[in-house]
Design a protein. Structure first.
Lengths: 540, 234
């Protein structure tokens, strides 16, 4: 019998393998029961809705952390599944689905497919989602997105095969347009747009893979990708532009009608609306088309370059880590004694610093209380709070800048202003007060720094800063803050000098109802101060 | 062979950059280009590396400065490693445990015989702690520990005497805390991404390259033999 119908079995098995692995990872896991998902079908439905959610986020190119997935499960559950789960449970369940079922704890997943041409099993690597480190509000988080396999699994549940798919969608889209069923055409164009975006992402994924290890990316993959791209790009732009023209025409027809009859019925209004959506998506589709073209050449470049890089390395043979090293140590712990020798190439020390005695002759600035406080904080909390700490420092720095900015603005309007005048202004306006005096400590520090300097000559400090090497530390420096404000606030650009003086003759100013750092409300009595702002000539 | 003064100047610049940053990527276009495209400069930088008891190697499009094993100035000596990984009051058991932890981390990630040695994408901290326990137990049952100075039994005892905690903590008396110090160190060295909010460890491209092309390279097998205290067959 002719078995040629089995020739492509291993290709089909990739799809089957995806399902098989997914269910194998999920079946007979006790964790499901904990959350009330007793039946297999309940579990499968949830897995696929989570996958679809991840696809949605991937398509939008938005971040998708475990928290997001947890939220999604929470919402879906409260609307539809109605299991008794708290928000925390939902997050744990999200973690379980992503980590255990979709990623198999991070282990590479393989499915053996029988290749009838070669007469042996072939190992197919399958992964559904990939993850990436992202900074969200300064905190490291892991964000998940679909891989090519993931997309192909999900698309095969509803949509059809790659390049063919585009053409079919387009035909359907055209048919719907002709029949003027615009609501359906909206879905079609969305699909087309999504498909182009998936293409872009799969090229990005290929670039990432190649950068990681070019040998993981086979020439067959490369060829398929390149040919697919060319196929896709052939006249696609022309086609979409034509579509767009057609749509514009239709919209114009409606608009003209609008002028003539003034009134459209509900159905027509909706059609017009749909047409506008279609037009919008068509423009985006054309953009995406451009992106594909660009990525196409990127990929080509990178593949060539990385292959060249690797060609020198490809001949290197490796020994078996486990049997040659690890197991020997398990057999004899004595061997741990000098194992650091093996690890040494990985680690690099920071060289010892050399003290330059000239530093002793430099102008010494007093280390103020605050930075002392912070140093202590770091020594017992270690570096992991550093990011958070820096964020807090930056926020504080912004407050300092806010104070200076308001003084400069008020001063510039009037030429000069005294603290007494400022006081009467802020008594009337609470918003102004909060930004001028976020806390007594900050306000005081700014005023003291200003009084210390007496005259700030912008030209001079600009010159000065050119010669300063940034230490990278986040701390309050009056001159630096002033320059930054002048850079960002256009109305203050022309300021050339700032004079700050105590006014000895005036009576003391009483600032009332101020908050200190702990939020306790206090009054504050101080001598009056004048702020004089001098504008320079026009600058180029 | 003769070198121009410009080439020597450029090679000095590149080497100083490497000293400062440990690696040179494509982003530093002037230095990177000079290193990659001018053979004389490549040669000069490599010579400077040699004179500083280091290798200068290019893996996967990044130039690295790699201290040789005997280099105690740029590399970590055993004493310094101990100081960094275990902090003040540590004894030898702590140190051996830390070495075992690093080794276990590496073997968990790089145990493939495929095109790359990398065998997994990430590992969760919880699973990693379990693997360490299992492997230590494995060691206890496998090794013959009657007359040896270092015993898995002691190391395991040390590890198990650390409390386990559900909460994220950095106190060194817990397993999580002990591991935390080590992972932080590896993260600082640019070898792993330690993502604490998600309890996850991922490896960097640097570590992938180093494992594939250097540590597990058959040409460097002698280093393994020396580290394990076995005969080196020249």
């Amino acid at each position: 019998m002719d078995f040629s119908f089995l020739d492509v079995q291993h290709i089909r098995m990739k799809k089957i393998g995806a399902y098989a692995l997914l269910f194998r990872n999920s079946i007979a896991k006790g964790t499901w029961k904990k959350y009330g998902f007793e039946e297999g079908y309940e579990q499968d439905n949830l897995i696929f809705s989570v996958l679809l959610y991840i696809m949605e986020q991937s398509l939008k190119e938005e971040i998708c952390t475990i928290d997001y997935i947890g939220n999604f499960i929470d919402e879906v559950n409260s609307l539809h599944f109605k299991k008794e789960m708290t928000y925390e449970d939902c997050k744990e369940l999200a973690e379980f689905i992503v980590n255990t079922i979709l990623c198999d704890e991070g282990k590479a997943m393989y499915f053996a497919a029988f290749n009838f041409k070669l007469g042996e099993y072939e190992s197919l690597n399958i992964s559904f989602i990939k993850n990436k480190m992202e900074y969200i509000e300064g905190v490291r988080r892991v964000s998940y997105s679909l891989t090519d396999d993931g997309y192909s699994l999900l698309l095969s549940t509803l949509e059809i095969e790659e390049n063919l798919k585009m053409t079919i969608h387009e035909i359907v889209f055209k048919m719907h347009l002709e029949k003027a069923s615009y609501d359906k055409a909206v879905d079609d164009i969305k699909n087309i747009f999504n498909m182009l975006r998936i293409r872009v992402q799969s090229m990005e994924e290929a670039i990432r893979k190649i950068k990681e290890n070019p040998l993981n990316y086979s020439t067959q993959d490369y060829r398929n990708m390149m040919e697919g791209n060319l196929e896709l790009l052939k006249d696609s732009k022309k086609k979409f532009t034509l579509h767009r023209e057609l749509i514009e025409e239709k919209i114009n027809e409606f608009i003209e009608k609008d002028i003539h009859i003034k009134e459209l019925n509900e159905e027509e209004k909706e059609s017009l609306n749909n047409l506008k959506i279609i037009e919008n998506y068509l423009s985006r589709t054309i953009d995406e088309d451009q992106r594909i073209l660009k990525k196409h050449f990127d990929l080509k470049d990178i593949y060539g370059k990385e292959l060249e890089n690797i060609s020198k390395m490809a001949l290197i043979e490796r020994f078996n880590f486990k049997s040659e090293v690890y197991n020997k140590i398990l057999d004899n712990p004595e061997k741990l004694d000098n194992i650091e020798l093996f690890l040494r190439p990985l680690l690099k020390m920071d060289p010892r610093k050399i003290y330059n005695i000239n530093k002793a002759l430099e102008y010494q600035k007093s280390i103020n209380e605050k930075s002392l406080e912070k140093d202590e904080f770091l020594t017992f909390e270690e570096g992991d709070l550093l990011e958070e700490e820096n964020k807090r420092k930056l926020e504080k720095l912004e407050k300092y800048k806010g104070v200076i900015e308001i003084i400069l603005e008020l001063g510039r309007e009037r030429g000069s202003i005294s603290l007494g005048e400022i006081n009467s202004l802020i008594n009337e306006n609470e918003v102004l007060m909060n930004s001028l005096i976020p806390s007594i400590q900050i306000f005081r520090e700014v005023i003291i720094e200003m009084l210390k300097n007496r005259i700030v000559d912008i030209g001079e400090i600009k010159e000065e800063r050119k010669n300063i090497v940034e230490s990278g530390e986040i701390e309050f420096q009056l001159n630096k803050s002033i320059l930054e404000i002048l850079d960002t606030n256009k109305s203050l650009k022309r300021i050339s000098k700032i004079k700050v003086e105590k006014i000895i003759d005036n009576c003391d100013v009483k600032l009332e109802g101020l908050k200190d750092e702990k939020g306790v409300i206090r009054n504050f009595i101080c001598s009056d101060i004048s702020f004089e702002i001098i504008d320079g000539g026009f600058k180029l | 062979m003769s070198y121009s003064i410009d080439e020597i100047k450029m090679s000095n610049k590149i080497f100083y950059y490497l000293l400062k940053h440990g690696e040179l990527k494509e982003g530093e276009s002037e230095l990177y280009k000079s290193y990659s495209e001018n053979e004389n400069i490549t040669q000069l930088v490599k010579e400077q590396g040699e004179a500083s008891e280091s290798f200068v190697k290019k893996y996967g499009g990044v130039v690295y400065l790699i201290p040789k094993e005997e280099n105690d100035f740029l590399g970590y000596s055993k004493a310094e490693l101990k100081k960094t990984l275990c902090k003040s009051s540590a004894n030898d058991k702590d140190y051996y445990l830390s070495q075992f932890v690093i080794l276990t981390l590496l073997v968990t990630f790089y145990n493939s015989q495929g095109i790359s040695s990398k065998s997994r994408d990430y590992i969760k901290i919880g699973e990693f702690l379990n693997i360490i326990s299992d492997k230590l137990n494995d060691g206890v049952s496998r090794s013959n520990e009657e007359n040896s100075g270092i015993a898995f039994k002691n190391i395991l005892e040390r590890f198990e005497s650390l409390k386990s905690s559900d909460k994220k903590t950095i106190s060194k008396t817990t397993k999580e805390g002990f591991i935390n110090t080590i992972l932080k160190f590896l993260d600082d060295q640019g070898l792993i991404y330690y993502i604490q909010s998600d309890d996850m460890i991922k490896t960097t491209k640097k570590l992938d390259s180093f494992m594939d092309w250097n540590l597990l390279n058959k040409n460097n097998y002698d280093r393994v033999l020396r580290a394990l205290g076995e005969e080196v067959n020249e």
